[in-house]
Design a protein around this ligand. Structure first.
Ligand SMILES: C=C1C[C@]23C[C@H]1CC[C@H]2[C@]1(C)CCC[C@@](C)(C(=O)O)[C@H]1[C@@H]3C(=O)O
Ligand SMILES: O=C(O)CCC(=O)C(=O)O
Ligand SMILES: [Fe+2]
Length: 389
């Protein structure tokens, strides 16, 4: 079934019955045979135990709003030096506190954003067998994943994702469109074009934000912008089905993004939460704005001055939720090391040099990304280096 034709297809399909647990199988084997079919699970009043999170990680009621600055990019985009200075100051203040801010008047076509959301609705409401054509393979980070049942045996996130790679190092870059068409079929070419265009827009916005970050850190607008030229980034579509017991589970577990910069567009539903001053805070939806946050790799590039902050996503019993996350990542083997201007006796090196490919491999094969990913990775690297001596 091609994505093109589903644009005018009302999708009625008999939901795949959940695989009945088989007593003879071990827990582990049951886990592997478990399939997260959102069209079934969203109607289940008793959610499978693998999706029930420990009490200390369950959603809490009455979360306060996180005060994040909404930075108007119109002046920056028009090259107004005063507006650029103001924007870089606001970005720097937010990044030293919790690493989250909003950007408005960003120049991304609202019709493109709307189309990206519309095609998410179409894709994630396809029959599971159709979505599984793009099944993400073990150890890889591209493709379709439903709650990561193949990777984790507990604390499963209540979500489906479709992730693909975007590279800025070829002109014109058709990597997204070609990937989607190759793994999902020629009928998805229009679908692929929409996300190709979306990623191109995210790439441009990311490089602009890197300019503001460089100015705010006093290393100049070109420093990080050049570092991320030819980036090799990840685009992720997050689809969170409604859940009859939202208070027991999480859409995305607590984590710091291991990547460099995340540009997130959340729909009108809400569910993003950030852990600041030992409390979870929400960031309410603003469809005209993107939520931007610093990831672990940029925290290292800023020598720890800017914070990669713990965050998560909660679900609800009323409606599905969607978010589009563009994860800016440097070329895989580029050395991640902070500029000398940020190193001095008062601020010695906070993290060892590393490459993004080694951190990505660590999150995919050795460690579930969470609040301590960069510390765990640094220790793992140092143990590896010591062992090789
Ligand atoms: C490089 C990545 C790994 C994850 C997607 C991107 C950035 C965030 C990571 C993730 C969202 C952190 C929480 C756990 C995770 C497994 C998830 O819930 O999706 C992580 C992603 C991943 O490993 O696929
Ligand atoms: O969906 C959200 O609001 C957050 C998702 C997220 O943090 C991620 O995908 O890394
Ligand atoms: Fe995240």
């Amino acid at each position: 079934m091609a994505i093109d034709c589903i644009a005018n297809l009302s999708i009625n399909h008999s939901p795949t019955p959940p695989s009945q647990p088989n007593e003879e199988k071990t827990d582990e084997q049951q886990q592997q045979s478990f399939v997260f079919d959102a069209s079934v699970l969203q109607n289940e009043s008793n959610i499978p135990k693998q999706f029930v999170w420990p009490d200390h990680e369950k959603p809490c009621s009455g979360t306060k709003e996180l005060p994040v600055p909404l930075i108007d990019l119109s002046g920056f985009l028009s090259g107004d030096p005063i507006a650029i200075k103001e924007a870089s100051t606001l970005v720097g203040e937010a990044c030293q506190k919790h690493g989250f801010f909003l950007v408005g008047n960003h120049g991304v076509d609202p019709n493109l954003i709307a189309k990206a959301h519309q095609f998410m609705d179409l894709y994630f409401n396809l029959p599971l067998s159709e979505k599984q054509k793009a099944q993400r393979k073990h150890g890889e980070h591209c493709g379709y994943a439903s709650s990561f049942t193949g990777r984790f045996s507990s604390k499963l996130p209540w979500k489906e994702t479709l992730s693909f790679r975007f590279s800025d190092d070829v002109e014109p870059s058709n990597v997204v469109e070609d990937y989607i068409t190759n793994i999902m079929g020629e009928g998805y070419r229009h679908f692929g074009k929409v996300y190709q265009d979306y990623c191109d827009a995210m790439n441009g916005l990311s490089l602009g934000i890197m300019e503001l970050l460089g100015i705010s850190l006093g290393v100049g607008g070109a420093y990080y912008k050049e570092f991320f030229q030819g980036n090799d980034s990840i685009m992720r579509l997050n689809y969170y089905p409604s859940c009859k017991k939202p208070e027991l589970t999480l859409g995305t577990g607590p984590h710091c993004d291991p990547t460099s910069l995340t540009i997130l567009h959340q729909d009108h539903v809400g569910g993003l939460q950030v852990f600041v001053k030992d409390e979870w805070h929400s960031i309410s939806p603003n469809p005209q704005a993107f939520v931007v946050n610093i990831g672990d790799t940029f925290m290292a590039l800023s020598n720890g001055k800017y914070k990669s902050c713990l965050h998560r996503a909660v679900v609800n019993s009323e409606t599905q939720r969607k978010s589009l996350a563009f994860f800016l990542c440097p070329q895989k083997d580029k050395l991640v090391t902070p500029p000398n201007e940020l190193i001095n006796t008062e601020h010695p090196r906070a993290y060892p040099d590393f490459t993004w490919s080694s951190l990505l491999e660590f999150t995919q094969k050795h460690y579930r990304a969470d609040e301590k990913t960069l510390d765990a990775f640094s220790n793992w690297l140092q143990q590896k280096t010591t062992a090789q001596v």
